[in-house]
Design a protein around this ligand. Structure first.
Ligand code: DHE
Length: 547
């Protein structure tokens, strides 16, 4: 059982609930049921995110037996062990999997995948808990926290979030969430914080309580990555939505209690080939500021759904053909255009959330764009731009986003920056900032994965601007392990940026705070409770889509 409840069905569970256990074929590798079950758990925890539960591939390659048997055991073993510069982690040499586990996973991949069970309304309702009903909650803020400058920090392997005061760097609360919690989002009012675990558990935290605490929770599937809340004027705090990887579906919930109201499957046709896909996973979700709609990105079918939440009985969904495989994205600085990575095709899809239409697809020129929510700033030559880095190489693409003021640059890559190396996940800036920051946590070189590149926006008049390397892991002063530095997040004022120094769960991790103006170290947050910090979400910036 994992913290936050069991979400990985064991072979026993699968057979008890009548799921077919993959049969043995001639030439199958020998695996004991115990090994298969352990390999299954590792697969769902570590691999399914990129390769898919049914192993049909997305961010990672397809791994169905027709392919894996062609590749063979040795190839699979070495790939798992050493990783690849294109983004496959070096599970073996990093020490995250033992030699025995690498061998077991290589054998496991030669077998047919197991299919986990469905998760509909009865399962959701059974998992739904209102810990403190709305009428028993405080009617005003009961604590002295400056909520706008509070950071919700993912403690990945602890299945918790730490709420850290952005003014004092003090941990104000550590709250249990789902397993390997993925992101935090805020209600429009800023009062409620929602987290989603990889085990698809949504946790709703009331930031007015002293200390802030969980008021409701629900499991919306067995694997998930995204949660969001209604932001349109008149609909603030009314609904929450969460998207699942497994089963492939999304659910709209009551914004005060998490009561599940409407579930819809995303299974269906791929936008271009119009062939059926059994596992189109829900990737990023954002809330429109122009319409009472959620913007839901379905990875494998390459569709962006504009879900009108004004009438859940007579539901209207505008289905936009975008591109495969949709992953993460964010708004431009005006909040009108949503830019989402179609990472299998090296493209960014631009969606006009006012007109509910695809504007265009922009080829980034790099391998596997991975923007997080991206970064918006005013370029000294090209005007307003939005940036993405890439998982597969060192490039950062700057895309013009101003149709009115700079029509000649709009939806084009106006400049390519060259950062430290491949393995980048997130870029970040802030309207008040002087810099664009680019991480590279998945780079195999520890010096690169432990640092961040800071480009001065002023210097972008040069064709190939230089960057300053910030040795964040070194600044953290951590003696043991090989920590990766990941995901910058600004404070409310936009004067300092926080980076996670993400070590393994048995070793010390930290958060390093950098002064944006001077690029100097400002503070190191260390605490035994800070286990595997990754994502950080400043309440004000997250609530208002400032990035
Ligand atoms: Fe993430 C965002 C999926 C691995 C940290 N990640 C997202 C989003 C998706 C996603 C769909 C967008 C959510 C949204 O905006 O609604 N992430 C996946 C995966 O499928 C993947 C590749 C593999 C997996 O098995 O989960 C994956 N992600 C990771 C990590 O290993 C990271 C680095 C560490 C961790 O905490 O697990 C990680 N993902 C993040 C973060 C964000 C995120 C910090 C939000 C960034 C932001 O600034 O908005």
């Amino acid at each position: 059982t994992k913290p936050g409840g069991q979400y990985v069905p064991s072979m026993n569970t699968l057979s008890q609930i009548g799921v077919e256990i993959p049969g043995r074929k001639p030439g199958d590798p020998v695996m004991t049921p115990a090994e298969y079950s352990r390999a299954n758990t590792i697969y769902f925890e570590r691999c399914a995110g990129c390769h898919g539960v049914l192993r049909k591939g997305a961010t990672g390659k397809a791994l169905t037996p027709d392919i894996t048997r062609e590749l063979g055991y040795e190839y699979l073993h070495d790939f798992i062990n050493y990783g690849s510069p294109a983004g496959m982690p070096n599970w073996g040499t990093s020490g995250e999997l033992t030699e025995e586990e690498v061998d077991m996973m290589a054998r496991y991949l030669l077998l047919d995948p197991a299919q986990p069970p469905e998760w509909g309304m009865p399962e959701m309702r059974a998992s739904w808990k209102v810990i403190l009903p709305p009428e028993e909650r405080p009617t005003e803020k009961m604590n002295d926290i400056d909520i706008d400058n509070l950071f919700s920090v993912t403690l990945r392997d602890a299945g918790q979030v730490a709420l850290i005061d952005g003014n004092t760097y003090e941990i104000r609360a550590v709250i249990d969430t789902g397993y390997a919690v993925h992101i935090s989002r805020l209600s429009a009012s800023g009062r409620y914080l929602f987290t989603i675990g990889r085990d698809a558990k949504v946790t709703m935290i009331d930031l007015w309580m002293d200390p802030p605490a969980t008021v409701a929770e629900i499991k919306i599937g067995t694997e998930a990555r995204s949660v969001e809340t209604s932001k349109m004027e008149g609909w603030e705090d009314k609904y929450a939505i969460a998207g699942a990887y497994w089963p492939p579906q999304w659910v709209i919930m009551d914004g005060e209690t998490l009561e599940p109201l409407k579930i819809k499957s995303t299974r269906g046709m791929i936008y271009d080939e119009q062939t059926y896909h059994p596992e189109p996973r829900v990737a990023s979700i954002v809330a429109s500021h122009y319409r009472p709609e959620f913007i839901v990105n379905v990875k494998e079918t390459g569709k962006t759904l504009m879900i009108d939440y004004t009438d859940l009985k007579n539901l209207k969904i505008t289905e936009i053909e975008t591109e495969r495989f949709l992953h993460d994205g964010g708004f431009d600085s005006s909040g009108r255009y949503f830019l989402v990575a179609a990472n299998a095709r090296g493209k960014i899809a631009v969606i006009d959330t006012k007109e509910d239409k695809l504007v265009t697809l922009v080829e980034t020129g790099g391998q596997t764009p991975h923007p997080g929510r991206g970064a918006n700033f005013v370029h000294p030559v090209y005007g307003p731009v939005w940036a993405t880095s890439h998982l597969g190489d060192e490039t950062v693409a700057l895309i013009g986003t101003d149709p009115e003021g700079h029509p000649e640059n709009v939806w084009k890559v106006v400049q390519t920056l060259y950062a430290m190396g491949g393995g980048s996940l997130f870029v970040k800036t802030h309207p008040e900032s002087h810099h664009l920051y680019v991480d590279a946590p998945l780079n195999p070189d520890p010096e690169i994965s432990g640092s961040v590149a800071a480009f001065r926006i002023e210097d972008m008049t040069q064709e190939e601007p230089e960057y300053t390397v910030l040795p964040i892991a070194e600044w953290a002063g951590i003696a043991e392990g090989q920590p990766r530095v990941v995901q910058g997040e600004f404070n409310r004022e936009g004067t300092e940026i926080w980076f996670s120094v993400w070590n393994s769960s048995d070793k010390e991790s930290a958060i390093v705070v950098v002064d944006d103006k001077t690029l100097e170290l400002k503070h190191v947050i260390k605490d035994p409770r800070l286990i595997t910090p990754t994502g950080k979400f400043n309440v004000y910036n997250t609530r208002n889509d400032v990035y």
